[in-house]
Design a protein around this ligand. Structure first.
Ligand code: BEZ
Ligand code: FE
Length: 256
């Protein structure tokens, strides 16, 4: 492994440096400007915002595509994980608790099956979900919400089906109070993401899928600040008596 990493570094690092040097030369970047770049990167590290920087520069989307994009027609499309995942949320079918000021939107039921590429149900699949609430964003940004709100794991049933109860999320802005927020303002990039639900789906003998579900008519579908929207992941929401429903079947690739 060590030797393989070292070979990879020998192949990639000179090209990365050549690309950076070419840009610095082309734009005659000054010492003062370069020191500002280094100070900015230092701040990004201190604020623990490197994942966020990778996301808003659309580098995460590119890496996701390079890693999972090839020959993905038979499986559910993968998407960026982002920085908001927390490990091992509780197993529960209703992934939130009510909180003051959350509004009175109808609940949303997300349902589907988890299957392998040959159509067989993955009865031991686990669907791990995280999302913002209907107001106030992620639990970690919103002191009104109990810790772990709008996060949960759901075990598939014997026929591979799963279901969870949530609320339809709303568009939100990625964090803007730190160095990445200043970067966005400086380059004139808005901080909005369309409403979405994140899913991480695991099953024995299969590759883990990290993905997101989006909803039609969202004003940010065409210009997600992290560029993560894929048309195959936009799913309709239907209104039934007193609640909403969204179908999302998941197909996993067998492990190689
Ligand atoms: C998210 O979708 O959770 C996310 C993505 C990028 C930055 C911040 C949050
Ligand atoms: Fe998110």
């Amino acid at each position: 492994m060590g030797e393989a990493v070292s070979e990879r570094l020998k192949a990639v690092v000179p090209d990365a440096l050549a690309a950076i040097h070419e840009v610095l030369e082309r734009h005659r970047v000054t010492e003062e400007e370069w020191h500002a770049v280094l100070a900015f990167l230092t701040e990004v590290g201190r604020a623990d915002e490197f994942v966020l920087l990778s996301d808003v520069t659309r580098t995460s989307v590119l890496i996701d595509e390079l890693t999972h994009g090839e020959d993905d027609s038979a499986v559910t499309a993968s998407d960026v994980e982002g920085p908001m995942y927390t490990v091992e949320p509780p197993f529960r079918k209703k992934i939130y608790e009510e909180y003051e000021g959350m509004g009175d939107d109808d609940p949303l039921f997300v349902r589907g099956t988890v299957t392998s590429t040959d159509g067989s149900p993955l009865t031991e699949a686990v669907v791990d979900v995280w999302q913002t609430g209907p107001s106030g964003g992620y639990d970690v940004w919103d002191e009104r919400q109990p810790e772990g709100n709008f996060r949960g794991r759901i075990r598939a049933e014997d026929d591979g089906s799963y279901e969870f109860q949530t609320m339809l999320p709303k568009p939100y802005t990625v964090p803007t109070s730190g160095p990445v927020g200043r970067y966005l303002e400086a380059v004139g990039q808005h901080p909005w993401r369309p409403a979405h639900i994140h899913l991480k789906v695991t099953a024995p003998g299969h590759q883990t899928l990290v993905t997101q579900v989006f909803f039609p008519d969202d004003p940010y579908l065409e210009n997600d600040t992290i560029g993560a929207v894929k048309s195959s992941l936009v799913r309709p929401v239907e209104r039934r008596d007193g609640h909403l429903e969204c179908a999302f079947d998941v197909v996993l690739r067998p492990a190689t």
